[in-house]
Write a protein that binds this ligand. Structure first.
Ligand SMILES: [Ca+2]
Length: 167
């Protein structure tokens, strides 16, 4: 994901219209197109569904390494029948995975740069985090995020603001 802005889309709206992912804070249009292409590629018999095994492979291709247990939980939680996952369901699954990943990434990143647990990180350290998270943000995007994270322009980002703003 490259969008860190808050959005007002509720979870219920996302469930009703899982395809309207561009309004979600977890995926942009480019990512969605990329995922759609991958889905079609992995749906080898072109019936609009992928199997659980294809799901696992596809998730790995998208950089999401899940255990068998995690995959099975996704299958169960989304009430997937007959080992058949359509694209809408796949997007719902992706949205269930990405926020968790991002949250862990951010917390790990935060702890990495505040090992003494001072409760804040320096803005210039934060810029370093953002360029190493795997989420390639451009300078403008990073500056916009920093405006939210350091509203008093103190050069410090406090942990609570960091968590509240980015998660
Ligand atoms: Ca298929």
């Amino acid at each position: 994901m490259t969008e860190f802005e808050q959005d007002n889309t509720t979870d219920i709206e996302n469930i009703e219209e899982p395809i309207t992912i561009t309004n979600s804070n977890s995926m942009d249009e480019e990512s969605l197109n990329q995922i759609k292409e991958s889905f079609l590629l992995f749906d080898q018999n072109n019936d609009g569904y992928i199997t659980k095994q294809e799901l696992a492979t596809l998730l790995r291709a998208l950089g999401k390494n899940l255990t068998d247990l995690e995959i099975n939980n996704l299958i169960t939680n989304n009430e997937i029948q007959n080992n058949s996952i359509d694209f809408d369901t796949f997007i719902i699954i992706i949205n269930q995975i990405i926020p968790k990943d991002t949250q862990n990434d951010l917390l790990n990143a935060y702890e990495l740069f505040d090992p003494e647990n001072n409760g804040f990180i320096k803005v210039n350290e934060f810029k370093h985090i953002m360029t190493n998270l795997g989420e390639k943000l451009n300078t403008n995007e990073i500056e916009n995020i920093i405006k939210d994270l350091d509203p008093q322009n103190e050069g410090k980002i406090y942990k609570n603001i960091f968590i509240e703003t980015l998660l």
